[in-house]
Design a protein around this ligand. Sequence first.
Ligand code: SF4
Ligand code: SF4
Length: 464
Amino acid sequence: MPYKYYGGVHPDYMKAPANKTPVTAIAPPKQVVLPMMQHIGAPNQPLVKVGDEVKVGQLIGSNPAPVSAPIHATVSGKVIAVEPRRHMLGDMVMSVVIENDGLDTPCEDMRPLTPEQLRDPEAILARIREAGVVGMGGAMFPTAFKIAGGRGKVDTLIINGAECEPYLCGDHRTMLEHPEELLKGIELVRIAQGLDKCYYGIEKNKQDAIDLLNSLNPADYGVEIIPEEVKYPQGAEKMQVKVNTNREVRPGEIPSGVGCNVVSTYTCYTIYRACYEGVPSIERVVTVAGSGIKEPKNLLCRFGTPLTHIFEEAGGFVKQPRRICMGGPLMGICVADIASGLVKGAAGLLVFTEEEDREVDNPVCIRCGNCIAHCPMKLEPIYLYMYINKGDYEKMEQYHVMDCFECGSCSYGCPGRLPLTHTFKMGKAMLTAKKAEDKARAIAEKANNGAGKGAVSAGKEGNV
Ligand code: SF4
Ligand code: SF4
């Protein structure tokens, strides 16, 4: 019986348009642009140079740092540039550009694991790292590091199948179209984590997927399916921990601090392919939807595919988009450049026109308290908003601005249309910068004092 958490909202889920047809694999583009940074951690160094011929799945970027995830070629062809290019999210990032030769010649370097290796936690973990698997729900944290870091501390593994953001339905389609592969992928994560059993939390609006997975005897894979209430942000890691174990992740901590690791559905499917098929992380299902898209659908896309190519495959835009989101409409991040290449964490590409724009010129708080009732972190958004706008750092800390994980529930339910979540993002950045500044100032003062004392004692010595 799943536990409950405080707050949350019930938006219109809008999943039907894209969810009604099976996933379509799109033709790889003429060129892919692969940023060397598609994860949280140390950026990869390119391993290829202009003029090199590469094959599909060939390693083209890596970094030996533990928190990193290598990058592989997603088409075969010739490297035509190794240079900084605009990342989907805005920064200029060192990228490898490959001209597709259309042959899709596979690289044979990565072979499927043997039956013995598929039972060996170390072999699975090494493959997860080698295949460049990151959190595909959007976090892009290197999965091998997450699993390894949880060993000895984690007693509960939770697979996240909530997919609670409106529009997004790529995980749902994967459950329906690859249920057995998915269960095998989950089993691999469970073995790598060193546990006998894990929970797979799925929102009840995917009852067909719950029934299908249950019909395949998930217990044989060490998996228990947990049907979960349909509520946003059910898929946030902290909520998954609460719902499945009744444990609370403390402010500033991560799930492993309370003995849990949370891994997303598509990450498990990617791990299945890496271990059983020898295919590194080179593609994913992306939900392309929103009011600005002509033909909402789920598309299987190679990483590095220019977003313009993906939008064309979904019929193009209805009209000039006002905003394009990577991820869901509530927690997604605005896309900076639609010519940039797709990255691993992009579960959705949502296109919105001005009709959905909720911004107003003079937002006014009517003191309804909705934001407080909706915040799953039990924060008081209205006060936070006020203190951030005043630049009151002491109060920002006192009201726990850093505990806000930017879920957007408060903004969603605000009748005054105050830009709450946006303001909290800004407040967190302001407080982080202030702390860094204070720390730098304290270090400089300490150094100056030390230098002053040194000068005095040097002066005394000189006087002797
Ligand atoms: S939900 Fe909006 S209007 Fe209501 S109290 Fe919060 S900030 Fe004010
Ligand atoms: S965005 Fe932050 S303050 Fe608003 S509901 Fe979510 S966690 Fe609470």
